[in-house]
Design a protein around this ligand. Structure first.
Ligand code: B1M
Length: 213
């Protein structure tokens, strides 16, 4: 089994004690951090999602897989994050109200930080008012990101964007949205400034948005 397959299988099995060693070995073997992330760790979460949907595994198995993935990402963190944090100003991010998924949101935060933003992470299940408060408390914040993984949280995302607009913050920040059920069409419909399908695209978009403000 290749190292990347071994990493993916370890996340799928939730063998959290083994993951750090395997990711370190992969780095020592010269495999690029972004490849370990995408083809090892993230691909495993796709398999976990399909197994959950098929009723082959349940929430506890999803949780241990998520915990294992997070441990793997922590080993990769120094290889993914560069220097000059803060040169683009601040980026506020959170998972919208009603949604507890944070792996994707954390990856976005990591990649955005690596491009030179200071990231303020509001966490998960974040009410729209908390986004607004954070924007007002950070006048040097130019971009705000909202993540949602559940289709049932799409309404919360819409409310979050609306709350930011209603609070008069649009002259200060651009709004980026993303997450598995989110599309460009939905982003346009709710009045967001940008949609990004993944962490790499989010980092590129964030720099563009910060420059546009
Ligand atoms: Co949940 N879950 N989950 N879950 N979970 C999904 C999302 C689901 C698709 C699984 C399935 O049925 N196939 C399904 C949602 C179905 C739907 O809404 N249509 C689901 C469900 C149903 C649930 C519960 C309701 C289960 C239950 O309790 N019966 C429950 C909801 C709890 C809640 O939030 N209120 C639940 C709970 C959980 C756990 C807590 C067990 C755990 C989360 C742990 C954690 O995050 N700390 C979990 C997990 C792990 C998953 C899956 C398996 C994996 C999610 C993940 O981390 N993916 C997921 C299935 C799947 O995604 N295939 C599933 C890896 C991650 C890197 O990808 O998050 O998509 P992702 O992020 C990507 C992009 O989406 C994008 O970039 C990221 C990196 O490339 N992106 C952005 C994300 N945010 C962005 C923001 C941006 C831009 C891009 O700009 C700001």
């Amino acid at each position: 089994m290749s190292k990347l397959h071994e990493i993916a299988a370890t996340v799928e099995n939730g063998s959290s004690k083994l993951i750090e060693g395997l990711v370190k070995e992969a780095i020592e073997e010269g495999i690029e951090a972004s490849i370990i992330l995408n083809d090892g760790l993230i691909s495993a979460m796709g398999v976990i999602g399909a197994k959950f949907q098929a009723g082959e595994i349940f929430v506890p198995e999803m949780l241990v897989a998520a915990k294992t993935m997070k441990k793997g990402v922590e080993v990769l963190r120094p290889y993914l994050v560069g220097g000059s944090i803060g040169k683009h100003g601040k980026y506020i991010i959170g998972t919208v109200a009603g949604d507890l998924h944070d792996i994707g949101k954390n990856l976005i935060a990591l990649m955005i930080e690596s491009t030179g933003f200071e990231v303020i992470d509001l966490g998960v299940d974040v009410p729209s008012e908390k986004f607004v408060e954070a924007i007002k408390a950070n006048p040097d914040c130019k971009v705000v990101g909202a993540s949602a993984l559940l289709t049932t949280a799409m309404d919360s995302m819409k409310n979050t964007v609306q709350a930011i607009i209603n609070a008069g913050c649009k002259s200060q920040v651009k709004i980026m949205v993303g997450g598995a059920p989110i599309t460009q069409a939905f982003a346009d419909e709710i009045g967001a400034d940008a949609y990004a399908p993944d962490a790499g695209a989010a980092a590129v978009k964030a720099v563009e948005l910060a420059g546009a403000n």
